[in-house]
Design a protein around this ligand. Sequence first.
Ligand SMILES: NC(=O)c1ccc[n+]([C@@H]2O[C@H](COP(=O)([O-])OP(=O)(O)OC[C@H]3O[C@@H](n4cnc5c(N)ncnc54)[C@H](OP(=O)(O)O)[C@@H]3O)[C@@H](O)[C@H]2O)c1
Length: 263
Amino acid sequence: MKKIDIHIVGLGNLGSAFLNGLNDLDTNIYLYEDSNVVRQSMQKSYSITPEEYLTAINDGVLLLCIKPQNINQFFITNKDKIGKDVLICTPVAGLEIKTIQKYFGNNILRIMPNLLIHDKTGFIPFTSNYQGDYLNFIHNVLKNLGTVKEVDESMFPIVTALSGSGPAWFYELSNQLVNSGTELGLSLEDSELIIKELVKALPALVDKDETFKDLVNKVKSPGGTTEAGLNSLNDDSFDTIILNAIRKATQRSTEISKELTNE
Ligand SMILES: NC(=O)c1ccc[n+]([C@@H]2O[C@H](COP(=O)([O-])OP(=O)(O)OC[C@H]3O[C@@H](n4cnc5c(N)ncnc54)[C@H](OP(=O)(O)O)[C@@H]3O)[C@@H](O)[C@H]2O)c1
């Protein structure tokens, strides 16, 4: 069977996470990156020199890992280089399938992975404008990078906020825990170490059959230290703080969609 060609455009956070996750798969990888600094660093890390500009491609997958603000210009510049059989795969936040269809009649796969694809533990929601698994890309490629799940495109803004931005919520919570540790007398080094060890150990304790609510209930005992802290979170409306943040991120995703559609 012919190896699938995967053309990754943009090698920032997400493009390089894809590159790392795909490293040991039997695919042909082609890279494109307009920053000279990034091209050179790719050469050092992966011994591959990305091209600066997309060359004409007639098959395989075009994986667009560039920022929303660069996408319409990319389509305008490269429209004639992308053949009709190419699968256009986009993780670009807010970029709707209908916006891409203004430029291309191709099969389009919209995904919203998070950076954990770097270590093949990502979550990859997807939706597409075609039936089945064109080029077996979902089964043969994406499933190797994490858990894959089809979701309705109307749910992409909330999925983007929860999953695409998801690592940031946990990093910021961890950052605030570290700050609390130092505020109450620990050294920065010890506080970082404690929280890093905690975050690394937690996945093993997350059970598929238990909800997070169950897990919270399991670790608190009546009148204990954890319960005292949880009560304080409750008194300070932690639920509202989180809901507002996710609402803002969801709204921003919807705004970006509107901006991209109107460009
Ligand atoms: N980061 C995440 O966790 C995440 C998660 C889900 C989805 N996404 C989506 O993935 C996309 C990329 O995000 P990112 O965080 O990886 O951004 P990033 O770190 O800024 O990387 C984008 C890279 O693409 C380069 N680039 C821009 N235009 C190009 C072009 N025409 N040809 C080749 N290279 C080009 C940029 O170079 P210059 O800096 O020189 O322009 C930059 O190095 C975004 O649309 C984002 O919505 C990201």
